[in-house]
Design a protein around this ligand. Structure first.
Ligand code: ZN
Length: 106
């Protein structure tokens, strides 16, 4: 149970999802973006998470607002890597922090 994390008084439901310039852990109740430093994750894993998030959206051509060539493959790879990281996150967080994986859509 975590208090004063987000708009919820108490939340014990989290989701793992990449977005532009955001930490990959969110409150699954109010949708608030949470600070991964507040979670009991190893420094190494946090670094890997930042790296993974920084790759988010590379499949989007922002000017044309469409997928780049091979974009689908990039999304797939990113989701695959994300799922691996999610497993590790889940393991390190333990039962106190129920978390679900939300893959990127395209
Ligand atoms: Zn919340």
């Amino acid at each position: 149970m975590l208090k004063d994390f987000c708009k919820c008084k108490i939340t014990n439901s989290f989701k793992f999802e990449a977005d532009f310039s955001a930490d990959p852990i969110w409150c699954n109740v109010c949708g608030w973006n949470l600070d991964i430093e507040d979670f009991p994750l190893s420094d190494k894993l946090q670094e890997e998470l930042f790296e993974w998030v920084s790759e988010y959206g590379k499949w989007i051509d922002l000017e044309a607002d469409s997928l780049i060539e091979n974009g689908l493959k990039l999304v797939e790879n990113h989701n695959e890597k994300g799922f691996q990281l999610f497993q590790e996150v889940k393991k390190q967080l333990g039962e106190q922090f129920p978390i679900v994986f939300v893959p990127s859509k395209y």
